[in-house]
Design a protein around this ligand. Sequence first.
Ligand code: HEC
Length: 107
Amino acid sequence: MKRLSRLAAVVCGAAGLVVCAAATAADTMSITLPQDKVQFKPGPGAQVAQTQCVICHTAEYVYMQPPLTRAQWEGEVNKMRKVFGAPLPEDQVKTVVDYLMTQNGKS
Ligand code: HEC
């Protein structure tokens, strides 16, 4: 295993990853991914959100907001489109906003 760990050290060194240093020492590597909030929960419109809203960030951005009104979610979605360049087609805005209201909306 000595050779393998030296190889890992070289590979990791090239990648410059801190995580690798610890993994090399232990000769194993385990990565824990966040379980929740990365993906949108199932529901009508979830597919559109999952396709259009995790291009740049995780679904967590939606779930970590305080509950927003419909107008506020519309504002958010349009900001994503107009300011940040999200490729969401105009005719899917309502679908996504409806979905966001079921996930984190208030009236
Ligand atoms: C083109 C890239 C891109 C896409 C696609 C995108 N976003 Fe964002 N989003 C951003 C950026 C950039 C930020 C700001 C990140 C930061 O401030 O750290 C952001 C932040 C957010 C926030 C946090 C509040 C805020 O205004 O900063 C929410 C909520 C959000 N996005 C929702 C969505 C939803 C819903 C969709 C799908 C319709 C979406 N995003 C698609 C780029 C994108």
